[in-house]
Ligand binder design. Structure first.
Ligand code: AMP
Length: 314
């Protein structure tokens, strides 16, 4: 049978997934994991390609993680299409898919202040243990989504224990997530190399996102203000025409508001430790954006994007 005719194995239980990975490792193969929430686009596939360069076999996980959504957020309308996802993963050369039905069932009271969605139950199988990266989770997305990184870290920890990867690949579009996971791996001694892949963009500059599918046509057009704002800042920093972070922040916020975006944050922080910065010339500086636009279904779509100014100083 040619490689193309072979079925892509899809595992739905932790035990089956772990058995498969252990067999691969016993045969001396290096394993990479690409965690996703599905509805895959080309940027997700670029993560799989990066993983294939780093390891012999690549597992992609697809799990819309309820613990990282608050009750008012878009868990119920988050786009899903498992069949297409599997076809795309097979075409790009992934070796297995992990599609757990449920990884975390919260006990009542365990989601203090976070109002997390998902099944809260007294069932004996429910969970109450969380992983928290205390400081790095606080700025940026942690401000408006205080539950978010605890949910990400807890479920990524479970994925790491189940898939036992040598390499884990994340996208730099979710820049804070990349830094938080890297810190968690270091702090908790996971024997895993964390790889950060550059942001994948549409031809007109919009960062690829599963959530783009929820934008109305007008919002899709307006959302270009994010990449335009970042490009303006990159140019200004490279030319040295602005040296003060507050000036960049004010200008980019103005561009976004003028285009009709509702700003959650426009922030400049040190690109490694996510601490405050004022001077732009001597250090790598993350310019990170989170902006709401009207959705075509219900409510708004929250998009994030970022760039690192002075990346050579990293
Ligand atoms: P998600 O399915 O949105 O949770 O994303 C799964 C992985 O793909 C995460 O590591 C994301 O950072 C990454 N990712 C999503 N969109 C992009 C993008 N446009 N460029 C680079 N990585 C991305």
């Amino acid at each position: 049978m040619s490689g193309e005719d072979q079925e892509l194995p899809v595992f739905t239980t932790a035990a089956d997934m772990r058995n498969w990975v252990r067999k691969q490792k016993k045969s001396g193969r290096k394993v990479a994991l690409v965690p996703t929430m599905g509805y895959l686009h080309d940027a997700h596939l670029s993560l799989v390609k990066a993983a294939l360069e780093k390891a012999d076999v690549v597992v992609a996980s697809i799990y819309v993680n309820p613990t990282q959504f608050a009750a008012h957020e878009d868990f119920d309308v988050y786009p899903r299409n498992a069949d297409e996802d599997r076809a795309k993963l097979k075409a790009v050369g992934a070796h297995a898919v992990f599609e757990p039905e449920s990884l975390y069932v919260q006990v009542p009271g365990a989601s203090e202040g976070a109002n997390v969605v998902g099944r809260e139950t007294h069932h004996p199988d429910s969970h109450e243990t969380y992983v928290t990266v205390e400081r790095l989770q606080k700025p940026l997305c942690g401000g408006s989504r205080p539950h978010f990184f605890r949910g990400v870290c807890t479920v990524v920890t479970k994925l790491f224990h189940i898939c036992e990867p040598d390499v884990a690949v994340f996208g730099r579009k979710d820049y804070q997530q990349f830094r938080v996971i890297s810190r968690m791996v270091r702090d908790l001694d996971f024997p895993i190399e964390v790889v950060g892949v550059p942001i994948g963009r549409e031809a007109d500059g919009l960062a690829m996102s599963s959530r783009n599918a929820r934008l109305s046509p007008e919002s899709r057009e307006k959302a270009l203000c994010l990449s335009r704002g970042l490009a303006w800042a990159e140019k200004a920093a490279a030319e040295g025409s602005v040296s003060d972070s507050a000036a960049v922040q004010a200008h980019v916020r103005g561009l976004i508001e003028e285009a009709g975006g509702k700003v959650d944050y426009v922030e400049l922080l040190h690109a490694i430790n996510l601490g405050p910065v004022t001077d732009l010339s001597s250090q790598p500086v993350l310019l990170a954006l989170a902006v709401h636009f009207p959705a075509k279904d219900v409510g708004t779509v929250r998009l994030i994007d970022n760039t690192v100014l002075n990346p050579d100083k990293e």
